[in-house]
Design a protein. Structure first.
Length: 401
């Protein structure tokens, strides 16, 4: 009897130790922004009795996963009538045996209050690093203006009226390019400690003008390199870029999002398991006020706030130098002077925990205010696929030891 008691106690302790070792980490993200009404490609969509299908590439894998849905900018409750996840191959086809229903507090449906995010129940779906995950959401009624991420170089499929979470999806108004009501995927892992990095930035981090659906953003390349460096570990890179975003002030239009200072807690500090943040922001602050940009001192004060808030939560913060933007529509000599001063401070100030000199990686040596011609997309602001790859290769992995 005593032996049986000892065996049972040991079994219980082992189960408790295994449970304690399991932890949630952020594996994918898309930072939402306020909706924008009106017509045109920048207008925020609305949906009514429709199914959305979105595909994301995870960075870290794990034994279970959960979704972070968002109605953070919604003016009315958001009703989800059904949700499913499945792994997909390179051709977009669902991998056999991977289709799973998603539940919320044990139920198939849920309503998100206005202004709130929501985590799903854990889904028992083992995933590997760099797996592609298909997420289907049936939106029961009129959603109002979408809490969306309005770029991201990936397509969303939009159904005709009805629940298509368990049947083939016919085309309707899609595909379009944004992330709708989905801001994160987290995975549960028992692997040893590994870096979980949040890339906080603007459209350059978001991968604007990279090849749609090809995962050619610079944080994607960084994730690929880290996965190779730390095999079998739950290393992750969560993209928190928003096109048009600024450090000090709101975007020129709503979908450019709240400032980095405003959204830092939500988009960085709330990522489970986060260990590092890379900050690549500032060009929009300088360019959007071409004749009277913020001073380097004002920008540095903003960066110092991000540094203090990261350190208060135990994160290391890496400063990325601001890329050249000569030739871009909002380039001006006053902004360029401030960019050079800011980059000098990032490189030499020793206030960040590390520096990645992305400016040096992509600038034209003969014209340092410009990107190298073969690395820019045509607007002299955003890199092309080759430029984003150079950026992802330039980040020193030793920063994350």
């Amino acid at each position: 009897m005593r032996l049986l008691t000892i065996v049972c106690a040991l079994s219980l302790l082992t189960s408790q130790a295994e449970a304690a070792a399991a932890r949630w980490v952020g594996s994918w993200g898309a930072s939402p922004a306020p909706p924008m009404s009106g017509a045109g490609p920048r207008a925020t969509p609305t949906f009514n009795n429709q199914t959305l299908v979105q595909v994301v590439r995870l960075s870290a894998g794990g034994g279970r996963l959960r979704l972070r849905l968002t109605n953070e900018y919604g003016a009315k409750p958001l009703a989800i009538g059904a949700a499913r996840v499945a792994l997909v191959g390179a051709d977009g086809a669902i991998l056999p045996g991977s289709d799973r229903a998603v539940s919320f507090s044990g139920g198939a449906t849920v309503t998100l209050p206005p202004g709130a995010p929501l985590l799903s129940d854990p889904v028992a779906l083992p995933t590997k690093a760099l797996s592609r995950l298909r997420i289907s959401l049936f939106l029961v009624g009129d959603t109002g203006g979408c809490t969306c991420h309005m770029s991201g170089s990936e397509l969303v499929q939009i159904s005709p009226p009805g629940d298509f979470t368990e049947r083939p999806l016919p085309p309707a108004t899609g595909p379009a390019q944004y992330r709708a009501f989905l801001s994160g995927v987290e995975v549960e892992t028992t692997a040893g400690p590994a870096p979980v990095i949040v890339a906080l930035g603007d459209s350059i981090t978001d991968g604007y003008l990279s090849t749609t659906g090809a995962n050619r953003r610079w944080p994607d390349r960084l994730a690929e390199r880290l996965t190779a460096r730390f095999p079998g570990r739950a290393v992750a890179v969560v993209n928190a870029g928003i096109g048009g975003n600024r450090v000090l002030s709101e975007g020129v239009i709503a979908i450019f999002g709240q400032s980095a200072l405003t959204r830092f807690d939500r988009d960085v500090l709330s990522v489970p398991g986060a260990t590092h943040v890379i900050v690549l922001e500032g060009v929009n602050d300088l360019g959007s006020s071409r004749t009277a940009p913020p001073t380097a001192a004002e920008m540095i004060a903003g960066y110092r706030q991000l540094i203090a808030r990261a350190h208060a939560h135990g994160l290391k913060i890496i400063g990325a130098t601001i890329l050249p933007y000569g030739g871009a529509g909002y380039f001006g000599a006053p902004g360029e002077a401030q960019r050079q001063a800011i980059n000098t401070w990032i490189r030499t100030g020793r206030e960040f925990d590390g520096v990645t000199d992305l400016d040096a990686a992509v600038r034209d040596p003969a014209k340092p205010e410009r990107l190298r011609a073969e690395l820019q997309s045509g607007d002299w602001l955003h890199p092309n696929d080759a430029g984003y790859r150079v950026m992802g290769e330039a980040v020193d992995l030793a920063l994350f030891r």
